[in-house]
Ligand binder design. Structure first.
Ligand code: ADP
Length: 531
C-alpha cells in the first residue's frame, strides 16, 4: 500500500487505484438483444479505460430499485419527481419553462434512504447510475482528487443519460480555506464546481445527486444557484413512515396475520430506514430458528428486544435471582391492580447483555405516548408502580436489608412527583397556586426542568417539603397495598423464581386467584379509558 512504497509516484498510483466507481445500468425493457449487447460492450470498454486511469468501474445490471422500494420519506419522493420528469419527458419539461435540475443535494441522517432514493430516481428515469463516495476524492496528493472528479464527469457524459451520485459530499465540500484549509480539498471542490458550472444543454441528460448528513459544514459555493440548488431533506421516518417501511420489508417474507404494525412502528421510534430493514431481517432469522420461517409478531418483538438489550445471559440464581423476582413481582402486581395503567405484556428476570436487571413490559398506549398527555390519576398510579419494587424489598427482606437496585426507580419517582407538583402544576403544593415553578430547558438531547429564578427560597423550601411528603405518602400507600396482597406477591415471586419469565396472562391469572378482593373489585369497577 501507499505507506510502504518508497517512490512517491508509485504511492500516488496505488492510491489512485483505490478509487471505485460503481455503476448500475438503466433497465430499459424495450432494449432488444442487439442493443443490449452493444451496451455491454460499451461498458466493458469504459471499464477498461477507467482501469488504465486507475479507477475501478463496478458495473451491475440487476437490482434496479424503484420508488416503491423507498418508503416513509415524506415529501422527498415528490420533490425528486422533477428529476425523473426531466429524464422521461425532457421536451415537456423544457416547454414548461422549468429550470433544469443540475445538482440535487439530499440531506439527512445516515441510513434513511438517500442512496436508495437516488438509485430509485435512476430506476424510474431509466438512467444509468454512477456512484462514488466523496472520501475517494480526498487524497494527500495534490491534484489527485480534482483529476478524479474530471474523470468521473467524463465517464458520466459517455454513460448519459445518467445520474452521478456523490455520497458523503461533506468529505470534500467543507467550507474552503481558513485555518482548516486544505489545498487538496479546495482543488477538488473547485473542480467539482467547474464541472457543475460547465454543464450546458448538450450535457443536459446528466443530473448530479449528492448526499450529506452535515449540511451545516458545506461550502456555500456548492449550494449556490445552478449548482446543488435543489436541497431535499430525507428525514428519519415518522410513525406512518415507519409503518410504510415495515410494509416494504415484511412483504419480502411470509408473515402471520397477527402482526401489529402500529405497535412495532411505535416501538421503533428514532429508527432509520436501515435500522428497520435490519430489524425485519433479524426477525426473519429468529423465525427461521423457530423452525417456521414465517415471521410472527412475536419474532419482531424478540428482534427488537435483541437490538435494544442484546442477547440473553444465563439467568441468575439464589439470592440475586430472588431480589429481581421480588422487584418485578411487585411491579407487575401493582401495575395490574391499578385501573389506569396499561396491561402487563410480559415480565422477565433474565438478564440481558446490555441490561442486567429484570423488567415488566406494559402494552404500548399509542395515544398517551403520542400526545404526552397524562392526568393526575395516571401519574399517581405510575408513582405507586415505580415505588412498588422498593416497598416489596422492604417487606421481603426487612428495612435493614435493602439493596442498591432501586436507584433508577427512585429517580423516576422523583420525576413524577415533580411533574405533578412543580412543572405541570397539576396538583401544586399549598400556597403556590396554578403556576409552574420550572421551565423546560434542553441539555443536549435531555430535557431538564429548571426552577425559575423568581421563585423565592421560602417557596422553594416549601415545595421541597411538600414533594417529600407526597413521595412518602405514596410509598406508604403502596406498601400497604402490597401487604394487603401479600399472597399474590408471594405467588408471583415463586413463579418468577421458578420460570424466570411470565406472560401477561399468567400474571393476571395469579393475581385474580390471590389478590385482595377489595383491590380486584376496584380494578373491575374503575377500568375505563384514562388519559
Ligand atoms: P443513506 O444513503 O441515507 O445513508 P441508504 O439509502 O444507504 O441510506 O440506506 C441503507 C439501506 O437501508 C437501504 O439500502 C435500504 O435497504 C434501507 N433503507 C433506508 N431507508 C429506507 C427507506 N426510506 N425505505 C426503504 N428502505 C430504506
Amino acid at each position: 500500500m501507499a505507506e510502504d512504497s518508497e517512490d512517491p509516484m508509485d504511492a500516488a498510483q496505488s492510491l489512485l487505484s483505490l478509487s471505485t466507481l460503481k455503476m448500475r445500468k438503466a433497465r430499459k425493457p424495450e432494449l432488444d438483444e442487439n442493443e443490449d449487447k452493444e451496451v455491454r460492450r460499451k461498458m466493458k470498454q469504459l471499464g477498461r479505460k477507467m482501469d488504465q486511469r486507475g479507477m475501478k468501474l463496478q458495473y451491475t445490471e440487476d437490482d434496479t430499485v424503484y420508488f416503491d422500494d423507498v418508503a416513509g420519506i415524506g415529501n422527498a419522493k415528490f420533490e425528486v419527481m422533477e428529476v425523473v420528469d426531466f429524464f422521461t419527458s425532457p421536451d415537456r419539461f423544457r416547454q414548461s419553462g422549468a429550470r433544469i435540475p443540475r445538482g440535487v443535494l439530499l440531506c439527512g441522517p445516515p441510513g434513511c434512504g438517500k442512496t436508495l432514493l437516488a438509485r430509485a430516481v435512476a430506476g424510474e428515469a431509466g438512467a444509468n447510475f454512477l456512484s462514488v463516495n466523496a472520501s475517494e476524492f480526498v487524497e494527500m496528493f495534490i491534484g489527485v482528487g480534482a483529476s478524479r472528479v474530471r474523470d468521473l464527469f467524463q465517464e458520466a457524459r459517455k454513460a448519459a443519460p445518467a445520474i452521478v451520485f456523490i455520497d458523503e459530499i461533506d468529505a470534500v465540500g467543507r467550507i474552503r480555506g481558513g485555518a482548516m484549509g486544505n489545498d487538496e480539498r479546495d482543488q477538488t471542490v473547485n473542480q467539482l464546481l467547474s464541472e457543475l458550472d460547465g454543464f450546458n444543454s448538450k450535457d443536459a441528460d446528466i443530473v448530479v445527486m449528492a448526499a450529506t448528513n452535515r449540511r451545516d459544514v458545506l461550502d456555500p459555493a456548492l449550494i449556490r444557484a445552478g449548482r446543488f440548488d435543489r436541497i431535499i431533506y430525507v428525514p428519519l421516518p415518522d410513525f406512518n413512515g415507519r409503518i410504510e417501511i415495515l410494509q416494504v420489508y415484511l412483504k419480502q417474507h411470509p408473515t402471520t396475520g397477527d402482526i401489529d404494525l402500529r405497535e412495532i412502528a411505535f416501538e421503533t421510534q428514532r429508527f432509520s430506514g436501515a435500522g428497520i430493514a435490519n430489524l425485519v431481517n433479524a426477525a426473519a432469522i429468529m423465525a427461521g430458528k423457530a423452525n417456521s420461517g414465517t415471521i410472527r409478531h412475536k419474532d419482531l418483538l424478540a428482534a427488537l428486544a435483541y437490538e435494544r438489550l442484546g442477547p440473553d445471559r444465563q439467568p441468575y440464581e439464589g439470592a440475586r435471582q430472588k431480589r429481581l423476582a421480588v422487584q418485578e413481582a411487585a411491579t407487575c402486581l401493582v401495575a395490574t391492580l391499578m385501573p389506569a395503567i396499561e396491561p402487563v405484556v410480559h415480565v422477565t428476570i433474565i438478564p440481558r447483555e446490555k441490561y442486567p436487571m429484570g423488567q415488566t413490559v406494559l402494552k404500548v398506549n399509542e395515544q398517551r405516548e403520542l400526545t404526552q398527555q397524562f392526568t393526575q390519576r395516571y401519574l399517581e398510579e405510575q408513582l405507586l408502580m415505580v415505588l412498588a419494587a422498593r416497598a416489596a424489598e422492604e417487606l421481603e427482606f426487612g428495612p435493614d436489608e435493602m439493596s442498591t437496585i432501586n436507584q433508577r426507580r427512585l429517580v423516576m419517582a422523583r420525576r413524577i412527583v415533580q411533574k405533578l407538583m412543580v412543572s405541570s402544576a397539576i396538583d401544586p403544593p399549598e400556597g403556590v397556586g396554578n403556576r409552574t415553578l420550572s421551565n423546560p430547558r434542553r441539555y443536549g438531547r435531555v430535557l431538564k426542568q429548571v426552577v425559575l429564578p423568581r421563585v423565592t427560597t421560602q417557596t422553594y423550601e416549601n415545595v421541597e417539603a411538600a414533594m417529600e411528603k407526597r413521595l412518602n405518602a405514596a410509598y406508604a400507600e403502596v406498601k400497604e397495598m402490597l401487604e394487603r396482597n401479600r399472597k399474590a406477591l408471594t405467588a408471583l415471586i415463586d413463579s418468577l423464581v421458578e420460570n424466570n419469565q411470565l406472560t401477561g396472562e399468567q400474571v393476571r391469572e395469579i393475581i385474580d386467584r390471590h389478590a385482595a378482593k377489595s383491590d380486584l373489585r376496584r380494578r373491575r369497577e374503575q377500568a375505563a379509558e384514562f388519559l
